[in-house]
Write a protein of this length. Structure first.
Length: 177
C-alpha cells in the first residue's frame, strides 16, 4: 500500500523548477513564452502547409525556401519549451493547448496563390517579431537575461525570414510594389 501511495504522490508532485526570479516573474515569463511557443508552432505548420501545397512556375525555389524556413522555425520550439521548464513553469501539452494560445491564424484554404502564401508568411513572421520584442521587454523588466539573449537570436532569424519572403515576392520592382 505504501508503495502505491508513493507513486501516486510522485505523479502529483509539482513541476516547479527552482529559480531566483520569483513566482510573479515565473508566471509572467512562462505565460509569454508559452504564447510565443504556440505562435511558433502555428507558424511552423502554416509554413509547412504552404511548402506542401506550393505550385506554379517558381515551385522549386519557393518550395525549398519554405522548407528551409520551416526547419529554422521548428528548431526553436524545444528551446522555448525547455526555457519555460527552466523558469519553473509547465509548457504546452497538446494541439488544443496551442490553438487556445496562438495569435497567428491558421490557413485552411484549399488553394492559396503562391505570392499570397509568401505575403501571408511575411506578415506572420512580422507579427511573431512583435510578440518576441514584447517578450524580450518582459524579460528585461523581470531580469531574465538568459531568455532575453535567446529571443534576440530568434528575432534576427525572423527578420531574415521576412527579408527573404519580401525579396522573393518583389518581381524585380525597385519600389517593392
Amino acid at each position: 500500500m505504501a508503495k502505491s501511495k508513493d507513486a501516486s504522490e510522485r505523479r502529483k508532485a509539482p513541476l516547479a523548477t527552482p529559480t531566483d526570479l520569483g513566482s510573479n516573474a515565473t508566471r509572467d515569463l512562462t505565460g509569454a513564452l508559452n504564447a510565443l511557443l504556440a505562435d511558433v508552432y502555428a507558424l511552423y505548420l502554416k509554413t509547412k502547409n504552404f511548402h506542401w501545397h506550393m505550385s506554379g512556375p517558381h515551385f522549386r525555389d519557393y518550395h525549398l525556401l519554405l522548407d528551409e524556413q520551416a526547419t529554422q522555425i521548428d528548431a526553436i520550439t524545444d528551446t522555448i519549451a525547455e526555457r519555460v521548464r527552466k523558469l519553473g513553469g509547465t509548457t504546452i501539452r497538446s494541439i488544443g493547448h496551442i490553438s487556445r494560445l496562438q495569435r497567428i491564424s491558421d490557413n485552411d484554404a484549399d488553394y492559396v496563390d503562391p505570392l499570397d502564401m509568401l505575403s501571408e508568411l511575411r506578415e506572420d513572421n512580422k507579427s511573431l517579431i512583435v510578440s518576441m520584442r514584447q517578450a524580450h521587454n518582459l524579460c528585461d523588466e523581470r531580469g531574465d537575461v538568459a531568455t532575453a539573449s535567446l529571443i534576440e537570436v530568434w528575432i534576427d532569424e525572423a527578420e531574415r525570414r521576412v527579408w527573404f519572403l519580401y525579396e522573393t515576392s518583389r518581381h524585380g520592382d525597385p519600389t517593392g510594389h
